[in-house]
Design a binder for this molecule. Sequence first.
Ligand SMILES: NC(=O)c1ccc[n+]([C@@H]2O[C@H](COP(=O)([O-])OP(=O)(O)OC[C@H]3O[C@@H](n4cnc5c(N)ncnc54)[C@H](O)[C@@H]3O)[C@@H](O)[C@H]2O)c1
Length: 353
Amino acid sequence: MKVIVTGGAGFIGSAVVRHIIEQTNDEVLVIDKLTYAGNLESLDSVSENKRYHFKQIDICDRKELNVVMAGFCPDVIMHLAAESHVDRSIDNPSTFIETNIIGTYTLLEASLAYWKTLDATKQSIFRFHHISTDEVYGDLHGTSDLFTEKTPYSPSSPYSASKASSDHLVRAWHRTFGLPTIITNCSNNYGPYHFPEKLIPLMILNALEGKPLPVYGNGQQIRDWLYVEDHARALYLVATKAKVGETYNIGGHNEQKNIDVVNIICELLEELIPNKPDGVKCYKDLITYVTDRPGHDQRYAIDASKIYQDLGWKPQETFQTGMRKTVEWYLQNKQWCDHIKDGSYARSRQGII
Ligand SMILES: NC(=O)c1ccc[n+]([C@@H]2O[C@H](COP(=O)([O-])OP(=O)(O)OC[C@H]3O[C@@H](n4cnc5c(N)ncnc54)[C@H](O)[C@@H]3O)[C@@H](O)[C@H]2O)c1
């Protein structure tokens, strides 16, 4: 198969690309604008493979998309390119509207035009797989409710509203124009190559430098965490096995309060790096409560029984095993983090260094 992965230089996209190159015989073309979140160093382990290709393209650029689709002739498009950080969507919603809504619309139009050029057999094989988030459902206040594929949309932030909008566009392009689409809505991911502004890597890297560990509000917000490589496996399974028009929720059955996640990181660091920065007696002493994020959702939790029943997928990592792997990865890959911190990951692709 030939697979286009949009956003393949990002956190989850790069895990999907590594999974496809390492575990299948498929050919992959990554399309990525390389925003601040795109990092080609996350693809170093596969970049020399003959089945891997890369094009720096904005998904809002219809002409470039047309050229790439006609040249590569994909069987599957896995669409992960997005602006993804909720705090950034509050500070500057416009890029979220552009990439997540206009970009998805542009990609749908280019995909539909390409799909219409295919013969009947190729048309029946083709899939447009849109990767979305459980944040489109809003939040849960009880302790036992779960998001199912039928939960009504009720997004809270500019980020989740833009993703909800893109999901609606994808369903409309299937229903109105017949484009063979599939949608997945996943819970919070964690694991290697996660950009350091996100909760788990931020806490690990701040703790190692003896900096405060900023926890929003009272830290009682609950998220359902999934190890990124479990997500990548699920996405490939859905892209290749799911029926057209289906939606699948993907989650880890790992509900954790934010403050508990930070405590687990501190405990793992106490064990793995007992030699702490100057002046730090205990990593947990670095925890600092800061003003809560506006509109902060209280609880997300996924019912992933449909993907288990239909496709046999379930996560392989528990939160304990996944967190240990994650902390160890950040300890062993300081250079990847340093290149983000000093900006060289971005300068090198512009030919500046
Ligand atoms: N991270 C999570 O916990 C999570 C959970 C559920 C769903 N998702 C969804 O999964 C997808 C990937 O998330 P992520 O965490 O890997 O995001 P990320 O921010 O790490 O990566 C996004 C990638 O998209 C690229 N990109 C951004 N704008 C682009 C544009 N206009 N054209 C082309 N490329 C562009 C960036 O350069 C980057 O490589 C997103 O759609 C997100 O909504 C993420």
